[in-house]
Write a protein that binds this ligand. Structure first.
Ligand code: HEC
Length: 122
């Protein structure tokens, strides 16, 4: 019985102390909505989502989820929070964006995802 009381706190502590990067990785894969990894790839390296024929030009085009492992935090934050994107120095909402909105993610969560994707970089 004494042994259980000695071991129990160790389990409790190891459960609650996940690192910021582990938390970011968890959120990246399960952000309480469609997983970022589905579109941006396992570690945010980006990938092709689909190919389609452009109605106007008749040409084959690609829908690409870009690499998000080397971008500035302000662009990252604004895109995740509002699906806004920086164009010519202004943040604009793309009404045709293929990316879902994640406005419900709080600042700490967005920062953790960002840190996870930019781990090993300054
Ligand atoms: C359904 C596919 C899809 C999902 C899921 C998705 N994205 Fe995206 N994301 C895109 C596409 C496509 C773009 C390109 C611009 C656009 O269409 O909005 C993009 C653009 C971005 C950009 C802007 C990159 C740049 O260089 O400007 C960031 C940052 C980003 N996504 C982060 C995330 C994060 C973080 C998640 C999860 C919380 C996520 N995305 C989930 C498809 C997706």
């Amino acid at each position: 019985m004494k042994l259980i009381f000695l071991i129990l706190p160790i389990f409790l502590f190891s459960e609650s102390f996940i690192s910021n990067l582990e938390y970011g990785q968890m959120l990246y894969n399960k952000p309480r909505g469609i997983s970022c990894a589905k579109c941006h790839g396992e570690s945010g390296e980006g990938r092709e989502i689909a190919t389609y024929i452009n109605d106007k030009t008749g040409k084959k085009e690609k829908l690409i989820a870009p690499n998000i492992t080397n971008i500035s935090y302000i662009i990252f934050y604004n895109k995740v929070k509002n699906s806004k994107i920086l164009k010519k120095g202004k943040f604009k909402t793309l009404n045709y964006s293929a990316m879902p909105k994640y406005n419900y993610l709080v600042d700490d969560e967005i920062k953790s995802i960002y840190d996870y994707l930019h781990k090993g970089q300054k």
